[in-house]
Every structure is written in structure tokens, then in C-alpha cells.
Design a protein around this ligand. Structure first.
Ligand SMILES: [Zn+2]
Length: 497
């Protein structure tokens, strides 16, 4: 997940032949870039019948019948993204997305202190203007620490052929290895500046001086003065802002934070959400915040998990709106949930089911709301889904996420969150020899562990749901009293369609 495409450009022993090849490739890139600049400039004065120079929200590029054009564009952009900083120029598409700081924005020099005990990306509150070189200066002891200088807030590439249209240039971020005391970096699209820290970096606090960047709105919980934020910092000129809490950092357009007067309350809310999911799943070794990034177009789905978690821009007015957040945000809780799932207890077909255990948990335990916060979990929907499932003996319990979720919801209702917490910890602490090796073992273990923890025989409950387990597993808990969520379950749902 942490691999950046630009990493191919660095180090490794090189033969003369590959040096020549590299020079040739470099020349090709320069030529391509010159051509691209000309073409882009030409297309900037679009007439009605000329194709748009770059994909945008107003003029997306549709893949249908355009395979060659898409492939050629990919080559052009990939070449552009590997140019050495000295040859990078602003791409005309940058002013459309991610945006350009106002022309008169001062270029600033700032020294940031990076606590290298915290791995992953450190926000700097600085922004590289498109095509402009920034420099990062580190002390000599940091030269071989595998730090990186990043321009751009995500790694979300839109090159997949499954993506039917582009609404932005498909690759817009870069990351540069820090291998000398002074590192120069530039990105044709510009972007927020980060220092990337690898795991187990033993440098302690490192001072990094960054030059020729533009100030961006940055609020850091526990560091930024709220009055200074309201009076000045929220109006820093860069087009993208960051809110950084103990457990979560959020990147969103600056326009969405210019009037934000309670960033601390927002971050405290998110810290509670991440803490809640950490607690439920038994994660006690958090070393760095999670990260949310909003983007005009993302590589998969409406949101997706990972580092960073990605969401479309239509969430920008919700992610930092405390009143909206207090009503629960199933989608964000869900994506954070993916980052807490563990393969030992995620039975086959339940990735999109068990993740919602975390959404339900946050609704109830962070927002103080009923856990059925999604329309598909309303009383009526659950009833309907149960009837549909139990009336069709061929239906798969994992076929519909909100049907499968009822199985887990019934366990929550019957035994409470504490039982889940205990069982997740049990899984977390399993020695390798006891971890399930395949899905049969996963189902067996879920049955046996849940039965033993609750002191109830859940064999008949699993059988009712048509979840296969071995006879040996079922037999191992027959000494316990049988538990069902309601008498004669699922008889009531079999009665009518
Ligand atoms: Zn999901």
C-alpha cells in the first residue's frame, strides 16, 4: 500500500546500457511533455468541436471507444510524473483540479518538527504550487532514514480499465525519496506537502526546513490556537486544508474550512470514533492517525478504505460538520471499520457485512443513537430481508450485506458489545498455530468461541441461518443451553413471502 510509482526512479546498480536507455527515456519524456504542453495550451482555447485537453468534471473523458486515446494519455501523464523537478512545469489541468493558489500568494519558508516515532504521513500546513520546485532540508542524520517528501494527499490512481470515465487527470500526486540533506521536489499538479516517515524510524524529532511553498489552512488538535485559526490560519491561501487530530487527519478543500469555527470539536468527535473502533476490535497499538481524503473522483466505490481512506467531494460539507456528524455517518464509520477487520474472523463473503458491525457500534456508542442507523437496517427492512432469506432455501446468507448483517445484529442484541470485544481480543491474541487456516475453520471457530464466551450453544442458531459448521464443532458446545434470538427462530419468517 505504501509503494509509490516514482520509487522506480531511484537507486539500484545500473549498467551503461541502462544508463543510455534511461537518458533516452528521459529525452522522450521531455519531448512528450513539450508536446503535451503545446497540445494542452492549444486545447485551452477550446472550440465547441475540439476534444477537451484534459478530463474535468464539466467535460469527463468517457472510455467507450477511446481505448487508444486513454492509453496515449496514460503514457503522457506517467512520463510527466517521472520528470526530474527541474523539468516540471505546471500542467494546465491543475487549475481545474486540484486547484491553484492565488497568483499573489507569498512563497514561504517554514521549519516543521517531525516526530518520527509516528509513522506515515506528517502534514506540514504547506502547499506546493503546480510546477514549482520546493525544497526540504533535513539534518545529516536523517539522510538515510528513508524519509520521503510528498506532494499530493493520496495515491488514488484512476488508470484501471474498470473506471469508465475520468473527471480529473488520473494521476496527480508524487513522492520523492529524501537521500540528501537538501531534496528538491515538484509536481505539475501541485498539492499539499507531507513528510513520509517509515515504521520504526528511530530518529526522534527531526527538523525539516521547507522552502518556496504556499501556506495552507492547517488545524492540529492540541497545537493550533483556536483564535489564531479563526483570525488568520483558516484563510491561508492554498486551495486544500487539513484538520489533524490524535487519531485522524482530514484533507478537504479550503473553501470548506474558511468558516469552520469548531475544528477542535470536530477532531475530538473523530478521535472518539477511531478510539471506539480501536477499542471494539482490541487494537491497542495505534501508532499514527488514520487519514481521510476527499477527492473529485476516487479509484473505487463511493468511498474506499486504506491509507488514506478516500471519499468523493460531496462528503466535504459533512466530514467537518459536527451537527451532521452527530447524526452518524454510516459510510465513514464503515470505511474506518475496514481498517479494523481481521481475516481470522471475517468469514468468506462477509467483508462488506462484518465491517458494518463498526458502523453500528459507532452509532450506538459514539453518537448515542440506535445502532440501526442505515435505512436498510430499519425494523421494516430487517423484517423484509429476513422473510426474503428464510423463504428461499437457496439464498446465500452473505448474498446481501444487510441480510447477513442481521445475523451479527442478533448476536449484538442477545449478548451485547462486550462479548464482541472479548472475542475480537481472543482472536487478536491467538498464537499462529491456533489461527483458522481456511473458511471451514473460521466458521467453526466463530461458533465455538462465541458459544463458549456466552455460555450458550449457538449451533442451532447457525443451523437456522444455514451457516455451515462441522459436526465436531457443534458437538463441542452441546453441553451448553441452546440460544435463539426468538423462540422457534426462524419459523416466523418462513410463514409467508
Ligand atoms: Zn466497504
Amino acid at each position: 500500500m505504501e509503494i509509490s510509482a516514482c520509487a522506480q526512479m531511484k537507486s539500484g546498480r545500473m549498467s551503461c546500457k541502462s544508463m543510455v536507455k534511461m537518458k533516452f527515456r528521459m529525452m522522450k519524456k521531455i519531448l512528450l511533455w513539450s508536446a503535451l504542453s503545446l497540445v494542452s495550451t492549444a486545447f485551452c482555447a477550446d472550440t465547441n468541436d475540439s476534444p477537451p485537453a484534459f478530463p474535468s468534471a464539466k467535460q469527463p473523458w468517457k472510455r467507450d471507444g477511446q481505448a487508444e486515446r486513454f492509453a496515449a494519455y496514460r503514457q503522457e501523464i506517467r512520463a510527466l510524473m517521472e520528470l526530474p523537478p527541474e523539468q516540471v512545469r505546471a500542467c494546465p489541468a491543475a487549475s481545474d483540479f486540484p486547484g491553484t493558489p492565488p497568483a499573489d500568494s507569498p512563497r514561504v519558508e517554514r521549519t516543521v518538527v517531525v516526530d518520527t516515532r509516528v509513522p506515515r504521513w506528517h502534514s506540514t500546513g504547506l502547499y506546493a504550487a503546480p510546477g514549482e520546485i520546493i525544497t526540504a532540508t533535513v539534518p545529516t542524520n536523517a539522510v538515510h532514514a528513508k524519509l520521503r517528501l510528498r506532494i499530493g494527499w493520496h495515491k488514488d490512481l484512476l488508470w484501471s480499465e474498470k473506471i469508465p470515465a475520468w473527471k480529473r487527470v488520473p494521476e496527480i500526486t508524487r513522492s520523492f525519496a529524501i537521500t540528501e540533506t537538501v531534496t528538491r521536489a515538484a509536481n505539475a499538479f501541485g498539492g499539499p506537502v507531507y513528510i513520509e516517515v517509515p515504521r520504526d524510524c528511530g530518529l526522534g524529532n527531526v527538523e525539516v526546513k521547507i522552502e518556496n511553498a504556499v501556506a495552507a489552512p492547517l488545524f492540529e488538535h492540541g497545537k493550533t490556537d483556536l483564535a489564531a485559526w479563526k483570525n488568520e490560519l483558516c484563510n491561508a491561501p492554498a486551495p486544500w486544508a487539513e484538520l489533524v487530530g490524535n487519531n485522524l487527519a482530514i484533507s478537504l478543500p479550503s473553501a470548506n474550512v474558511r468558516a469552520l469555527d469548531n475544528p477542535d470539536e470536530v477532531l475530538k468527535f473523530w478521535d472518539r470514533v477511531v478510539t471506539a473502533e480501536d477499542e471494539l476490535s482490541g487494537q491497542t497499538n495505534r501508532t499514527s492517525p488514520e487519514r481521510f481524503v476527499l477527492d473529485r473522483q476516487i479509484s473505487a466505490g463511493y468511498m474506499h478504505s486504506g491509507y488514506p481512506i478516500m471519499a468523493w467531494l460531496d462528503q466535504a460539507n459533512k466530514v467537518a460538520d459536527l451537527e451532521s456528524l452527530k447524526k452518524g455517518n454510516w459510510g465513514f464509520f464503515h470505511e474506518l471499520g475496514h481498517n479494523h477487520q481481521r481475516p481470522d474472523w471475517v468469514l468468506a463473503g462477509t467483508t462488506e457485512i462484518t465491517v458494518n458491525i463498526f458502523s453500528m457500534y459507532c452509532f450506538e456508542n459514539v453518537c448515542g443513537l440506535p445502532r440501526h442507523g442505515h435505512n436498510a437496517m430499519s425494523d421494516a427492512s430487517r423484517e423484509k430481508n429476513l422473510r426474503a432469506y428464510f423463504s428461499d432455501p437457496t439464498a446465500s446468507w452473505t448474498g446481501k450485506p444487510f441480510t447477513g448483517l442481521i445475523f451479527y445484529d442478533q448476536l449484538v442484541e442477545g449478548f451485547g458489545w462486550d462479548t464482541f470485544h472479548k472475542i475480537f481480543i481472543e482472536y487478536r491474541d491467538l498464537p499462529k498455530s491456533e489461527r483458522p487456516k481456511n473458511d471451514d475453520e473460521k466458521r467453526d471457530q466463530w461458533l465455538v468461541r462465541f458459544s463458549k464466551t456466552t455460555g450458550k450453544n449457538l449451533g442451532p442458531f447457525f443451523e437456522a441461518w444455514r451457516i455451515l459448521t462441522s459436526e465436531a464443532a457443534r458437538r463441542s458446545v452441546t453441553n451448553l443451553p441452546v440460544w435463539l434470538p426468538e423462540p422457534d427462530f426462524p419459523k416466523r419468517y418462513l410463514a409467508s413471502k
